[in-house]
Design a binder for this molecule. Structure first.
Ligand SMILES: [Zn+2]
Ligand SMILES: [Zn+2]
Length: 261
Protein backbone atom coordinates (compact mmCIF):
# COMPACT_ATOMS: atom_id res chain seq x y z
CA UNK A 1 0.00 0.00 0.00
CA UNK A 2 1.21 3.49 -0.80
CA UNK A 3 2.40 5.57 2.13
CA UNK A 4 3.80 9.05 2.46
CA UNK A 5 7.30 7.80 1.66
CA UNK A 6 6.18 5.94 -1.46
CA UNK A 7 8.31 2.98 -0.44
CA UNK A 8 6.69 -0.44 -0.15
CA UNK A 9 6.75 -2.30 3.20
CA UNK A 10 7.02 0.84 5.30
CA UNK A 11 4.45 2.19 7.75
CA UNK A 12 4.14 5.94 8.04
CA UNK A 13 1.83 7.09 10.79
CA UNK A 14 2.30 10.79 10.73
CA UNK A 15 4.36 13.70 9.56
CA UNK A 16 5.16 17.21 10.70
CA UNK A 17 6.86 20.30 9.40
CA UNK A 18 9.54 21.45 11.80
CA UNK A 19 10.63 25.02 12.57
CA UNK A 20 13.09 24.94 9.64
CA UNK A 21 10.28 24.05 7.26
CA UNK A 22 11.54 20.49 6.81
CA UNK A 23 9.38 17.37 6.72
CA UNK A 24 9.87 15.02 9.67
CA UNK A 25 8.35 11.63 9.00
CA UNK A 26 8.22 8.96 11.71
CA UNK A 27 8.22 5.54 10.07
CA UNK A 28 8.94 1.89 10.61
CA UNK A 29 9.92 -0.97 8.35
CA UNK A 30 7.47 -3.87 8.34
CA UNK A 31 9.67 -6.71 7.15
CA UNK A 32 10.53 -9.02 10.01
CA UNK A 33 13.78 -11.00 9.71
CA UNK A 34 13.28 -14.78 9.53
CA UNK A 35 16.75 -15.75 10.68
CA UNK A 36 19.40 -14.57 13.10
CA UNK A 37 21.97 -12.25 11.52
CA UNK A 38 24.64 -13.59 13.91
CA UNK A 39 24.23 -17.39 13.84
CA UNK A 40 21.75 -17.93 11.02
CA UNK A 41 19.24 -19.85 13.16
CA UNK A 42 15.77 -19.62 11.65
CA UNK A 43 12.58 -18.65 13.46
CA UNK A 44 13.93 -18.23 16.96
CA UNK A 45 13.93 -14.44 17.31
CA UNK A 46 12.09 -12.03 19.48
CA UNK A 47 11.84 -8.26 19.43
CA UNK A 48 14.19 -6.60 21.82
CA UNK A 49 13.36 -2.91 21.77
CA UNK A 50 13.64 -0.22 19.11
CA UNK A 51 16.09 2.50 18.29
CA UNK A 52 15.14 5.69 16.51
CA UNK A 53 17.55 6.84 13.84
CA UNK A 54 17.10 9.79 11.50
CA UNK A 55 17.72 9.20 7.81
CA UNK A 56 17.83 11.96 5.21
CA UNK A 57 15.53 11.48 2.22
CA UNK A 58 15.45 13.25 -1.15
CA UNK A 59 13.54 16.57 -0.82
CA UNK A 60 9.74 16.35 -1.02
CA UNK A 61 7.67 19.32 -2.25
CA UNK A 62 10.84 21.40 -2.14
CA UNK A 63 11.35 20.69 1.57
CA UNK A 64 14.24 18.92 3.18
CA UNK A 65 12.90 15.59 4.35
CA UNK A 66 14.02 13.49 7.30
CA UNK A 67 12.68 10.06 8.16
CA UNK A 68 12.73 9.12 11.82
CA UNK A 69 12.98 5.37 11.64
CA UNK A 70 11.89 3.34 14.63
CA UNK A 71 14.18 0.47 13.90
CA UNK A 72 13.56 -2.80 15.63
CA UNK A 73 16.23 -4.70 17.48
CA UNK A 74 16.00 -8.50 17.66
CA UNK A 75 17.50 -11.04 19.97
CA UNK A 76 18.16 -14.64 19.06
CA UNK A 77 17.12 -17.35 21.54
CA UNK A 78 19.77 -19.71 20.12
CA UNK A 79 22.92 -17.61 20.40
CA UNK A 80 21.71 -14.78 22.58
CA UNK A 81 23.05 -12.24 20.08
CA UNK A 82 21.20 -9.04 19.22
CA UNK A 83 21.07 -7.24 15.88
CA UNK A 84 19.25 -4.40 14.22
CA UNK A 85 16.59 -4.87 11.58
CA UNK A 86 17.98 -4.80 8.04
CA UNK A 87 16.84 -1.74 6.03
CA UNK A 88 17.44 -2.33 2.32
CA UNK A 89 16.05 1.09 1.38
CA UNK A 90 18.66 2.86 3.49
CA UNK A 91 22.32 3.64 2.99
CA UNK A 92 23.35 3.06 6.59
CA UNK A 93 26.88 4.39 6.25
CA UNK A 94 25.51 7.80 5.20
CA UNK A 95 22.28 7.77 7.20
CA UNK A 96 20.21 8.48 4.12
CA UNK A 97 17.81 6.65 1.82
CA UNK A 98 19.33 4.92 -1.19
CA UNK A 99 17.19 7.11 -3.43
CA UNK A 100 18.54 10.21 -1.66
CA UNK A 101 22.09 9.09 -2.45
CA UNK A 102 21.11 8.60 -6.11
CA UNK A 103 19.42 11.99 -6.13
CA UNK A 104 22.55 13.68 -4.76
CA UNK A 105 24.72 11.90 -7.34
CA UNK A 106 22.50 13.21 -10.14
CA UNK A 107 22.16 16.73 -8.79
CA UNK A 108 25.90 17.02 -8.19
CA UNK A 109 26.36 16.76 -11.95
CA UNK A 110 24.11 19.79 -12.45
CA UNK A 111 24.70 22.15 -9.55
CA UNK A 112 27.44 23.27 -7.19
CA UNK A 113 27.87 20.90 -4.23
CA UNK A 114 26.87 23.59 -1.74
CA UNK A 115 23.50 24.08 -3.50
CA UNK A 116 22.82 20.36 -3.43
CA UNK A 117 23.81 20.23 0.24
CA UNK A 118 21.37 23.06 1.04
CA UNK A 119 18.54 21.43 -0.91
CA UNK A 120 18.91 18.05 0.72
CA UNK A 121 20.04 19.10 4.19
CA UNK A 122 23.41 17.35 4.39
CA UNK A 123 26.98 18.50 4.75
CA UNK A 124 28.70 19.67 1.57
CA UNK A 125 31.47 17.10 2.22
CA UNK A 126 28.96 14.27 1.79
CA UNK A 127 27.77 15.71 -1.53
CA UNK A 128 31.36 15.96 -2.72
CA UNK A 129 32.05 12.38 -1.67
CA UNK A 130 28.97 10.99 -3.43
CA UNK A 131 29.69 13.09 -6.52
CA UNK A 132 33.23 11.72 -6.67
CA UNK A 133 32.06 8.13 -6.35
CA UNK A 134 29.48 8.66 -9.08
CA UNK A 135 32.02 10.32 -11.38
CA UNK A 136 34.35 7.34 -10.96
CA UNK A 137 31.55 4.94 -11.97
CA UNK A 138 30.60 7.11 -14.96
CA UNK A 139 34.22 7.38 -16.10
CA UNK A 140 34.68 3.62 -15.88
CA UNK A 141 31.57 3.07 -18.02
CA UNK A 142 32.77 5.69 -20.46
CA UNK A 143 36.27 4.26 -20.74
CA UNK A 144 34.82 0.84 -21.59
CA UNK A 145 32.91 2.19 -24.59
CA UNK A 146 35.08 5.11 -25.73
CA UNK A 147 35.72 4.81 -29.46
CA UNK A 148 38.66 7.14 -29.88
CA UNK A 149 40.78 4.70 -27.87
CA UNK A 150 41.95 2.78 -30.93
CA UNK A 151 43.17 6.00 -32.48
CA UNK A 152 44.97 7.24 -29.38
CA UNK A 153 46.39 3.79 -28.80
CA UNK A 154 48.08 3.52 -32.20
CA UNK A 155 51.76 2.75 -31.95
CA UNK A 156 54.03 5.43 -33.50
CA UNK A 157 55.53 2.85 -35.90
CA UNK A 158 52.11 2.14 -37.32
CA UNK A 159 51.37 5.82 -37.81
CA UNK A 160 54.70 6.24 -39.66
CA UNK A 161 53.93 3.26 -41.92
CA UNK A 162 50.51 4.65 -42.76
CA UNK A 163 51.99 8.05 -43.59
CA UNK A 164 54.58 6.43 -45.86
CA UNK A 165 51.90 4.37 -47.64
CA UNK A 166 49.81 7.51 -48.20
CA UNK A 167 52.85 9.34 -49.57
CA UNK A 168 53.67 6.44 -51.92
CA UNK A 169 50.06 6.36 -53.15
CA UNK A 170 50.22 10.09 -53.77
CA UNK A 171 53.42 9.70 -55.78
CA UNK A 172 52.11 6.86 -57.96
CA UNK A 173 49.03 8.95 -58.73
CA UNK A 174 51.23 11.78 -60.11
CA UNK A 175 51.05 12.47 -63.83
CA UNK A 176 53.74 13.84 -66.17
CA UNK A 177 53.33 17.12 -68.03
CA UNK A 178 53.55 16.27 -71.74
CA UNK A 179 55.91 19.19 -72.33
CA UNK A 180 58.25 19.63 -69.39
CA UNK A 181 57.92 15.99 -68.21
CA UNK A 182 57.76 17.03 -64.59
CA UNK A 183 55.35 15.17 -62.28
CA UNK A 184 52.19 16.84 -61.01
CA UNK A 185 49.13 15.83 -59.07
CA UNK A 186 46.39 15.05 -61.60
CA UNK A 187 44.18 17.99 -60.62
CA UNK A 188 46.99 20.43 -61.50
CA UNK A 189 47.26 19.37 -65.14
CA UNK A 190 45.30 21.09 -67.88
CA UNK A 191 44.24 19.99 -71.35
CA UNK A 192 45.80 22.06 -74.11
CA UNK A 193 45.41 21.79 -77.88
CA UNK A 194 48.72 21.10 -79.61
CA UNK A 195 47.63 23.27 -82.55
CA UNK A 196 45.06 25.77 -81.20
CA UNK A 197 41.51 25.58 -82.56
CA UNK A 198 41.92 29.24 -83.60
CA UNK A 199 44.82 28.13 -85.81
CA UNK A 200 42.94 25.34 -87.46
CA UNK A 201 43.65 22.64 -84.87
CA UNK A 202 41.20 19.76 -84.59
CA UNK A 203 39.19 18.93 -81.50
CA UNK A 204 40.26 15.28 -81.68
CA UNK A 205 42.10 13.56 -78.88
CA UNK A 206 45.16 13.38 -81.12
CA UNK A 207 45.42 17.20 -80.91
CA UNK A 208 45.30 17.25 -77.13
CA UNK A 209 48.03 17.19 -74.55
CA UNK A 210 48.12 17.25 -70.79
CA UNK A 211 50.30 20.09 -69.59
CA UNK A 212 51.13 21.90 -66.41
CA UNK A 213 49.79 25.49 -66.07
CA UNK A 214 53.22 26.97 -66.75
CA UNK A 215 53.75 25.07 -70.02
CA UNK A 216 50.17 25.84 -70.97
CA UNK A 217 50.82 29.57 -70.64
CA UNK A 218 54.10 29.45 -72.62
CA UNK A 219 52.49 27.32 -75.32
CA UNK A 220 49.58 29.72 -75.66
CA UNK A 221 51.89 32.77 -75.73
CA UNK A 222 53.79 31.24 -78.63
CA UNK A 223 50.64 30.82 -80.63
CA UNK A 224 49.36 34.29 -79.74
CA UNK A 225 52.46 36.07 -81.03
CA UNK A 226 51.11 36.53 -84.55
CA UNK A 227 47.86 37.94 -83.12
CA UNK A 228 49.65 40.48 -80.94
CA UNK A 229 51.85 41.52 -83.82
CA UNK A 230 48.71 42.17 -85.86
CA UNK A 231 50.60 40.50 -88.71
CA UNK A 232 48.31 38.52 -91.00
CA UNK A 233 48.27 34.90 -89.90
CA UNK A 234 48.95 33.75 -93.41
CA UNK A 235 52.40 35.29 -93.20
CA UNK A 236 53.37 33.19 -90.19
CA UNK A 237 54.66 29.70 -90.46
CA UNK A 238 52.73 27.24 -88.39
CA UNK A 239 54.53 27.03 -85.10
CA UNK A 240 55.42 23.58 -83.89
CA UNK A 241 54.11 22.42 -80.53
CA UNK A 242 56.01 24.23 -77.85
CA UNK A 243 59.01 22.55 -76.38
CA UNK A 244 59.47 22.72 -72.64
CA UNK A 245 60.74 26.13 -71.59
CA UNK A 246 61.11 25.79 -67.85
CA UNK A 247 63.58 23.35 -66.44
CA UNK A 248 62.08 19.96 -65.80
CA UNK A 249 62.50 18.80 -62.25
CA UNK A 250 65.29 16.28 -62.27
CA UNK A 251 67.77 15.05 -59.79
CA UNK A 252 70.92 15.35 -61.89
CA UNK A 253 73.25 17.88 -60.30
CA UNK A 254 74.05 20.92 -62.33
CA UNK A 255 77.64 21.11 -63.63
CA UNK A 256 80.03 22.96 -61.39
CA UNK A 257 80.43 26.63 -62.18
CA UNK A 258 83.72 27.64 -63.74
CA UNK A 259 85.88 29.36 -61.23
CA UNK A 260 86.11 33.11 -61.75
CA UNK A 261 89.30 34.42 -63.12
ZN1 LIG B 1 21.52 -16.41 16.72
ZN1 LIG C 1 55.09 21.49 -67.92
Amino acid sequence: MANLMYLPDWTVTDYEIDSDGAYRIPASYDVVPDHCAKCGAVGNLYKHGTKTTVYVDAPVHGRQTFIEVRRARYRCRDCGGTFMQDLPDMDDSRRMTVRCRDYIAQQALLKPNTHVADDVGVDEKIVRQIGKENAAVLLEDHAATIRARTLFGKRPGRVKKEKEAAEAARKTAMVQCDLCKALFEPVILEISHIRPISHGGSIDASNRQKVCPNCHRLHTEDWLKPVHDSTPLSEYPIIAPAAPRHRPRDKTPSPPRPARA
